[in-house]
Design a protein around this ligand. Structure first.
Ligand SMILES: Nc1ncnc2c1ncn2[C@@H]1O[C@H](COP(=O)(O)OP(=O)(O)O)[C@@H](O)[C@H]1O
Ligand SMILES: [Mg+2]
Length: 359
């Protein structure tokens, strides 16, 4: 990371009723970068954001903007002087102010200057023609864009966004996400965006901080989080998973799909081999035989189709495996709906299997 981080939080802790809901969280965001705080509901994301915004006090830890302390347990810059823009889930606009006045709300300067900045931002989000209208005349998506313009108008150094798209229609969401990201990048804001949706985080983030139980369990570019997950839950947070179990001998474990490396795992310990349904490939049974083993795809194992469902752009096929009667899932592009009872051979892409100590 070149230069000082724009936002840095160190060892933040917040307890409610003696329980740490934010438990030693540290994060930094470079200027102009978007970090997504991603995790299941209740893991402490909003509490983290509220402490950075200054509307919630931490029990310990510090918050810095451009290297300057803005908050510890004794010293505290008030929220309105932190140069932090906020956009929360319910981004209520002021109903009695016009759209233009809403956007100009946090600005200082003459009336003409405020209106000019307000107009520039409204033009940027394609809503300049609504400048003298009132919020109730706008659709949900339009109100969302006005709220974004309002938050960005004072040129905050940091933007905090808490599930900002969750109230929007599914059809609108992708477009608004992309527009929002373009505008945030153009304004050069550093963004901490909270979401519980992995697709949203992958679409928006330069970096994802994966949170669970009040802690950040992994940080990295979306590609790395997806392809080098820290543990089984990290795999499962992004997709359905398949699971094999094995015992380790000599840093190897044998499975019906061949041998897997289990580096650093002691003899006799159990491991889990985790892989996603989209990395399972399937072949028809030819007289009791499957495809030949390869380095990339390992050894195939046989199962019978239990059920197959069409999911739109892909099909999901569930198999009952011959070797242990366990169910494994495969997703296949397009329409592929084999009849229940059909024997087939499954192979798993070796480089997409993750081996973890059994939990
Ligand atoms: N003011 C509060 N008093 C007591 N518990 C709270 C308070 N605010 C949040 N919590 C609890 O802290 C946990 C984390 O909440 P939150 O940060 O809102 O999670 P998230 O945004 O990840 O869904 C939850 O269990 C929630 O019930
Ligand atoms: Mg929340």
């Amino acid at each position: 990371m070149a230069g000082a981080p724009r936002l840095e939080i160190r060892n933040l802790v917040r307890r409610f009723d003696g329980k740490a809901v934010v438990d030693d969280v540290s994060l930094s965001i470079a200027p102009g970068h978007v970090t997504c705080l991603l995790g299941p509901s209740g893991c402490g994301k909003s509490t983290t954001l509220r402490m950075i915004a200054g509307v919630e006090m931490q029990d310990s830890g510090t918050i810095h903007v451009d290297g300057a302390l803005i908050c510890d347990t004794v010293f505290r810059v008030p929220p309105e002087r932190r140069s932090i823009g906020l956009m929360f889930q319910d981004f209520a606009l002021f109903p009695h102010l016009s759209v233009g006045e809403n956007v100009a709300f946090g600005l200082s300067g003459s009336g003409a200057e405020k209106r000019a900045r307000s107009k520039t931002l409204l033009e940027r989000v394609g809503l300049a023609h609504y400048i003298d209208e009132y919020p109730h005349q706008l659709s949900g998506g339009e109100q969302q864009r006005v709220a974004l313009a309002r938050a960005l108008a004072p040129k905050p150094r940091v933007m905090l966004m808490d599930e900002p798209f969750s109230g929007l229609d599914n059809r609108l969401r992708d477009g608004i996400r992309d527009e929002t990201l373009d505008l945030l990048k153009e304004e050069g804001a550093s963004v901490l965006l909270v979401t519980h949706e992995p697709e949203e985080a992958m679409r928006m983030a330069d970096e994802i901080a994966l949170m669970r139980g009040g802690k950040i369990v992994q940080r990295g570019a979306p590609y790395n989080i997806y392809n080098a997950p820290a543990d089984r839950e990290a795999v499962a947070f992004f997709s359905d998973i398949n699971l094999l179990r094995g015992k380790v001998q000599g840093a190897l474990t044998d499975t019906p799909f061949g041998r897997f490396l289990a580096p650093g795992v002691p003899d006799g310990a159990e491991v889990e081999i985790v892989f996603r349904p989209q990395h399972v490939s399937i072949d028809f049974d030819r007289g009791g035989k499957g495809p030949n083993p390869t380095v990339a795809a390992g050894t195939p194992a046989r199962g019978v189709v239990e059920r197959a469902r069409f999911m739109g752009s892909e099909s999901l096929v569930e198999f009952r495996m011959d070797h242990d009667q366990q169910t494994l899932k495969a997703t296949v592009p397009n329409v592929f709906l084999p009849k229940p009872g059909t024997p087939m051979w499954l192979s798993v892409r070796r480089d997409r299997c993750f081996v973890f100590p059994a939990s």
